[in-house]
Design a binder for this molecule. Sequence first.
Ligand SMILES: Cc1cc2nc3c(=O)[nH]c(=O)nc-3n(C[C@H](O)[C@H](O)[C@H](O)COP(=O)(O)OP(=O)(O)OC[C@H]3O[C@@H](n4cnc5c(N)ncnc54)[C@H](O)[C@@H]3O)c2cc1C
Length: 250
Amino acid sequence: MAISKIIIVGAGPSGLLLGILLTKAGIPVTLLDQSDHLDTNPRAAHYAPNSVVELRRAGVLSTVEERGYHPNGVCWRLLDGTILAGIRGDENDEIDPDAMIYYPFEKFDYWDSQFIVHPTNWYMAAKITPDGMWRVTYGDIWGLTTEEYLKRQPMRFEEILPGHPKPGEYDLKMASPYKLQQSGGMGLTGGIADISSLTDCLLAMHNNLTDDSILDKYSEIRIKKWKEIIDPTSRANFGRLWDEKCCGGD
Ligand SMILES: Cc1cc2nc3c(=O)[nH]c(=O)nc-3n(C[C@H](O)[C@H](O)[C@H](O)COP(=O)(O)OP(=O)(O)OC[C@H]3O[C@@H](n4cnc5c(N)ncnc54)[C@H](O)[C@@H]3O)c2cc1C
């Protein structure tokens, strides 16, 4: 039996994407959200390549590409800049404060995206806009208030960033602390992958190719994939970032 209507609870990127995909397939959708304003904290800056398939299917890829930035590679480095491992686009046919800044990382031979490996001074620096805004996510001590984390930000940047910049030497656009999840994930790429499979299940039901037992199968398989692949891979990446065995603290 054709689905007459779907109610989506949560108008974050996952809910919005599902809404677009179902609407394009002719299924009426009502989208609900508890909030009446956009969350202004920085997040979901990067999407893995497989997200592109779904953004294209939803018809929003060209807008995302127009406003976004294609990073050309990612690497893992020591604090002194030594590269441990990396993968470049042109050679292959993709509680911690988070800040958006303009700072000339290129001057220090930084790639578009990198993880700096260190037990306490680890961080991620990634270019996120064509005009040179970078996202820096770094570790800090546990248990402070938001105000205390923000107060420490200039000192932490001077300690960890290449060139040890003082506040006037970069343009800080936005900063906010957040607690890293202990369990692993793929960020919004995971949400987009979920929506991809969920859309296919709902469309199969809508077109009488299956009944709603497909939703139990969907749930079972997505949990299995998270446990067997996503969580261990993601945890291992975080573990490597502050692994003393890897860099001996230097
Ligand atoms: C600081 C930070 C940085 C991040 N960086 C990245 C990154 O670089 N790359 C990446 O891929 N991911 C990143 N993530 C994760 C990314 O933000 C999430 O994966 C993504 O937002 C998930 O989208 P979503 O639509 O599933 O959920 P959300 O974005 O959380 O949206 C859920 C929506 O549901 C609404 N809602 C919740 N409960 C109810 C309810 N009961 N009734 C009605 N409405 C409800 C909320 O108001 C919200 O609008 C980051 C997260 C944080 C916090």
